[in-house]
Design a protein around this ligand. Structure first.
Ligand code: BG6
Length: 504
């Protein structure tokens, strides 16, 4: 096993202040603060650095820090959590906590921004500020506008001002365009970091390394050799108390034009000329530009009913708190997409994602075209062996290749066997939230792993016809299953089938 932990060879981020709007929210508690703690542990935070948390709750900085300490300790030490399974280093946290202050403020009130400005004047970051909008999506536009009105987005000599915006970025094409217009009225594109946390995952970043760092796969990576591609993000969790958010969002908006499209574009993109942000983002955008808008006939929307997920009883989605008794919101979606270019014409990309499924499984599976069977005529081999290359992104991160091998014996028989690489066998993987890389990159001004305005809009354009066709009764599937039968039929009518779900 290699002891190499890539992060340790990077330099600390440049001096700045991080202002978190939504400082008492779940995202800050569960992901941002543990990520900042990890960055502190890896010595990647700026030398001169401060964090200012802003939220509506009245509280002193001291109480805020005390509350955070317990929460972060819990997340870091909790087994099975995003950042969990590690030991909590009190000295590292104390060093970070010393730099955290808090102020109560209402984002609808210009006075809040005047106070932030005063605080920033005393901050040690040399005038550079990263604003993190960990707030509800309807506040993204107005908050950026108020930051602009307060003069907080103007870059002082030798310093920078940047804004991280969370998802969901818009809820359809029109609203995403409107939001882009609004924020681009106050900021330049280089100042905007639209986050998609899937891009913070090591295994997702490895897709490009795997494709372009090896001479082996790229010559096969096209319509001549690939039959189809399946992208699966299956979750065992249900809506977990997020009914209010989920009712107006649904699986398609929550997962597809963002997370699944990151996987789709990384797998389908042409090689970029370099790893420079625009070189990579241009190639990803070209995939979306070549993708015809999804057809509602080639889409399945599903909703879970009561069932059992790995021994845990799950109630009907319609009985979840804050969910309408006759809700038609989808908790599962499957789509067939295409990329109409020289590399991919004729190769279907099937995407599916769902909640309360039987297993947690995020994978990209590439099915190669079969070998001709003629040679095996008259032997025990009746069907070609399926050649699959599977990038298992979570859990059990790894890559496997399925091919046929002769079953030992006097007759000719083939069986499918697996060649498998597991990350944990080769690399020492530090527990992390995925936000570490993204926060660090935003501080260093590297936009490669962030969404550009045109990419967001193109993603919404692709799914818009399916959004327009919403409102019909979803197809039902029992919690703890692999999704509705209609999703199986989507592939069956083209002579294909979904791979069984792997993972835990
Ligand atoms: C979020 C979605 O963006 O991603 C959630 O809002 C989903 O509904 C989550 O569960 C999945 O992310 P991860 O990192 O747990 O695979």
């Amino acid at each position: 096993m290699s002891d190499r932990i890539a992060r340790t060879d990077a330099a600390p981020a440049p001096d700045c202040t991080l202002v978190i709007f939504g400082a008492t929210g779940d995202l800050t508690h569960r992901l941002l603060m543990p990520a900042l703690y990890n960055l502190a542990r890896w010595k990647l935070l700026p030398t001169h650095f401060a964090i200012l948390g802003v939220s509506r709750t009245e509280m002193s900085s001291q109480d805020y820090r005390a509350d955070l300490t317990e929460r972060v300790r819990g997340f870091i030490t909790q087994k099975g959590g995003e950042a969990g399974g590690g030991t909590f280093d009190d000295a590292v946290w104390a060093g970070l906590a010393d730099r955290i202050s808090y102020m109560a403020g209402d984002l609808a009130d210009p006075k809040t921004f005047a106070s932030v400005k005063e605080r920033l004047a005393e901050a040690p970051g040399g005038g550079s500020v990263l604003f993190y909008l960990a707030v509800a999506a309807n506040l993204f536009g107005p908050t950026v506008r108020r930051l602009g009105e307060a003069g907080l987005l103007q870059e002082p000599e030798g310093a920078w001002r940047r804004v991280i915006i969370e998802k969901p970025f818009g809820h359809d094409l029109a609203s995403a365009r409107a939001l882009n217009r609004e924020i681009l009225g106050c900021l330049s594109e280089e100042q905007i970091f639209r986050i998609d946390h899937f891009l913070g995952k090591e295994t997702v970043q490895n897709i490009m390394a795997f494709r372009f760092g090896n001479g082996l796969f790229e010559p096969l990576w096209n319509r001549d050799h690939i039959d189809h591609v399946q992208i699966t993000v299956s979750e065992t969790v249900g809506v977990e108390g997020r009914g209010r958010f989920y009712e107006t969002t649904g699986a398609l908006r929550d997962m597809v034009p963002n997370h699944l499209f990151q996987l789709f574009t990384l797998v389908a993109m042409e090689p970029p000329v370099s790893f420079a942000a625009e070189a990579v983002r241009d190639k990803k955008q070209e995939v979306l530009l070549a993708a015809p808008s999804a057809s509602p006939e080639a889409a399945v929307r599903g909703q879970y009913t009561a069932g059992d997920v790995q021994g845990r009883p799950v109630k009907d989605y319609r009985h979840e708190p804050d969910v309408a008794g006759d809700s038609r919101t989808e908790t599962f979606v499957a789509l067939r997409l295409a990329v109409d270019n020289w590399r991919w014409a004729g190769v279907p990309f099937y995407l599916r994602t769902g909640k309360a499924m039987t297993r947690r499984d995020t994978e990209i599976a590439i099915r190669f075209k079969p070998a001709p069977l003629a040679l095996f005529r008259g032997t025990g081999v009746e069907a070609p062996i399926e050649n699959w290359l599977v990038l298992q992104l979570q859990p059990d991160e790894g890559i496997s290749l399925q091919f046929g091998a002769k079953v030992p014996g006097q007759t000719v028989r083939l069986d499918a066997v697996d060649m498998r690489f597991c990350y944990k066998d080769y690399f020492k993987i530090e527990p992390s939230t995925g936000y570490e890389t993204l926060i660090y990159d935003a501080m260093t001004g590297d936009s490669t792993l962030f969404q550009r305005a045109d990419m967001i809009e193109e993603g919404w354009r692709v799914v818009q016809p399916v959004l327009d066709a919403e409102g019909s009764e979803p197809a039902f599937y029992a919690a703890g299953s692999t999704g509705p039968a209609e999703a199986d039929a989507l592939l069956a009518r083209e002579g294909r089938a979904w791979r069984p779900l792997h993972g835990a």
